[in-house]
Design a protein around this ligand. Structure first.
Ligand code: DC
Length: 228
């Protein structure tokens, strides 16, 4: 029998721009939980591969690279944790549209997914953690105490992404971002391994019309019902 965790694991999955990062951060802050942004790990692999001249199509080389990278998060009281790769903070560099698509490309390869699985499970092992990604409720923590699938219309998601990038000083165009989001949705949900989809026992919330703070309140109640 698996040992029960003292505090729950909260899995938040969904496509780009559905509000996962904002919701996960607020939820983790309110509950005093650790936040694990698993997309940042795939982004880190894409960035490291590009720097080493490894193609985002070369699954074997990417798998080997992933196994050698030292990936960790540095917690921050005032915001999202920083991604540290081999001792350097790369949080800013992983947020460009190019690396978004690269992360989706590298995430198709089973070698990369396998190399990141142990790390994600270790980070959530003791509970008291919010993990956000694409396959947390289905693959990484199928036994998570709370599973949420956030979604929203692609137009709304593209609009949020543009705002987000603009606020970080990265120029972004609505139509181009919409096309990128659609390409990433297709790629992430049709890949053979761990495709983006809600777990059978996930609660699906469509944030097209919902206020993000209302979503957070709803999820706090859910987490508390699960022992948070
Ligand atoms: O959440 P994000 O936009 O930072 O994720 C970037 C890419 O990483 C996403 O397009 C697919 C991949 N990803 C994944 O395959 N599995 C996860 N658990 C998280 C992200």
């Amino acid at each position: 029998m698996t040992k029960k965790r003292a505090r729950p694991v909260i899995a938040i999955d969904g496509p780009a721009g559905a509000g996962k990062s904002t919701v996960a951060l607020k939820l983790a802050q309110r509950l005093g939980f650790v936040l694990v942004d698993t997309g940042a790990l795939y982004r880190g692999v894409a960035l490291a591969a590009r720097e080493r001249g490894i193609a985002w199509t070369d699954g074997v080389a990417l798998g080997n690279l992933t196994a050698t990278l030292d990936l960790s998060f540095e917690p921050r009281a005032d915001g999202a944790p920083r991604l540290i790769i081999d001792g350097r903070d790369r949080s800013g560099e992983i947020r460009t549209p190019e690396i978004s698509m690269g992360a989706s490309d590298v995430s198709k390869h089973p070698e990369v997914r396998a190399a990141l699985l142990g790390l994600q499970r270790r980070l959530g092992h003791d509970g008291g953690v919010v993990l956000e990604g694409r396959d947390i409720g289905t693959v990484v923590f199928p036994d998570a105490e709370a599973k949420v699938f956030l979604t929203a219309s692609d137009h709304i998601r593209a609009g949020r992404r543009v705002q987000d990038l603009t606020s970080k000083g990265i120029a972004a165009d609505q139509e181009k971002t919409l096309a990128e989001i659609r390409a990433r949705d297709t790629q992430d949900s049709t890949r053979a391994v761990a495709p983006l989809k809600p777990a059978d026992d996930a609660i699906t919330l469509d944030t097209t019309q919902l206020d993000i703070d209302a979503v957070v309140e709803h999820l706090i109640a859910l987490a508390q019902a699960k022992g948070a």
